[in-house]
Design a protein around this ligand. Structure first.
Ligand code: TRP
Length: 326
């Protein structure tokens, strides 16, 4: 089948993935494989900009990719690889940096936010972060980039960099389209903050049904409901929000039962925990199978790097020629 185009997306190696990662990104990555040629990258070089936990880079890469594969990201149909395994990206990063005004980088809200977050480590790589991202996307000639709103400014930046490069050196690089992941922010078990490992309000996809149940029972539910006999307000309940996305067919019934106080919050959480565990049953089975061979993930990544490199070499040769490098 003729594919619509090429997708590229990258994620920093954060280890075991959680429900927020799944609903916000992974599920979409899996679905896109039907219509696009997909290139999915573990951006380990980008991760170096914060220089924390670098000793875990390898384990985090392994754990994340194992979860990706178990979730249905398919190394036969897609290219799945590690950024640093294809060094051409750093070459392109250097070349693109020459047509990037420094002010464009230091003005970015994402850069200013990083400066606030890590005032003691405002490194050069942090400034160039979006240039490296532009190199990722353009090296693999992607025309479509699925990202969340938090990355929208970076994508606009990539488009601008491509226009500048092409203006200087003639049409060479592809200006990518942003494909906004329309999923709303996934809140954690606290019902207030975005689900994240650092806040420990997350539910790992690799959890056993018992672990899922335990975690779900700690979840904050409807803040406006005090007694079991009170009518519920599913529209402001995080458990309902997540449940609705995993079991869309049952959503009307769950909603009605909650609103009419047929079920209380504890019963609803048991229901959600069961559905969640069932939803990820195949995931757990595949994960166990892939993990039984400790080389499997690395073999996938080696193969991915070779295929990625084949594309990268062509682009780099074109770019160098355009720029006039001897
Ligand atoms: N900056 C992205 C993030 O933090 C990760 C990333 C790196 C990326 N390169 C990319 C995303 C290229 C999309 C395309 O989430």
């Amino acid at each position: 089948m003729k594919k619509k185009g090429r997708v590229f997306s990258g994620a920093r190696p954060t280890g075991r993935q959680h429900l927020g990662n799944y609903l916000g990104a992974i599920r979409n990555y899996v679905a896109l494989q039907d219509d696009y040629e997909c290139v999915y990258c573990v951006v380990d070089l980008h991760a170096l900009t914060s220089l924390t936990e670098t000793e875990f880079l390898k384990d985090h890469t392994y754990d994340m990719v194992l979860d990706w594969l178990a979730a249905g990201m398919d190394p036969k149909r897609s290219i799945i690889f590690v950024q640093s395994h294809v060094p051409q990206v750093t070459e392109l990063h250097t070349i693109l940096s020459m047509t990037t005004p420094l002010g464009m980088l230091t003005r970015l809200p994402t850069f200013k936010e990083k400066v606030r977050q890590q005032p003691d480590n405002v490194n050069y790589g942090l400034v160039g972060y979006p240039v490296l991202m532009a190199a990722d996307i353009t090296l693999y000639k992607a025309d479509t980039v699925p990202v969340g709103v938090d990355q929208a400014a970076h994508l606009e930046f990539t488009r601008e960099i491509v226009r500048r490069f092409n203006y200087h050196f003639g049409p060479t690089l592809i200006e990518p389209q942003i494909k906004l992941t329309d999923f709303p922010k996934v809140l954690g078990t606290d019902g207030v903050n975005k689900m994240s490992k650092s806040l420990n309000n997350h539910i790992e996809l690799a959890s056993s049904p018992e672990e899922i149940q335990e975690r779900v029972m700690t979840m904050v539910t409807d803040p406006a409901r005090r007694y079991r006999t009170d009518p519920g307000h599913p529209e402001i309940c995080n458990v309902f929000t997540l449940h609705k996305h995993l079991s869309p067919d049952d959503a009307p019934r769950i909603e009605a039962d909650c609103r009419n106080a047929v079920i209380g919050c504890v019963e609803h959480k048991r229901w959600f925990a069961k559905d969640l565990a069932d939803y990820f049953a195949l995931f757990r089975a595949r994960r166990a199978e892939f993990a039984s061979d400790p080389n499997y993930v690395w073999e996938v990544l080696t193969d991915g790097a070779e295929r990625a490199q084949a594309i990268a070499k062509v682009t780099i040769a074109e770019v160098k020629e355009r720029v006039g490098l001897p």
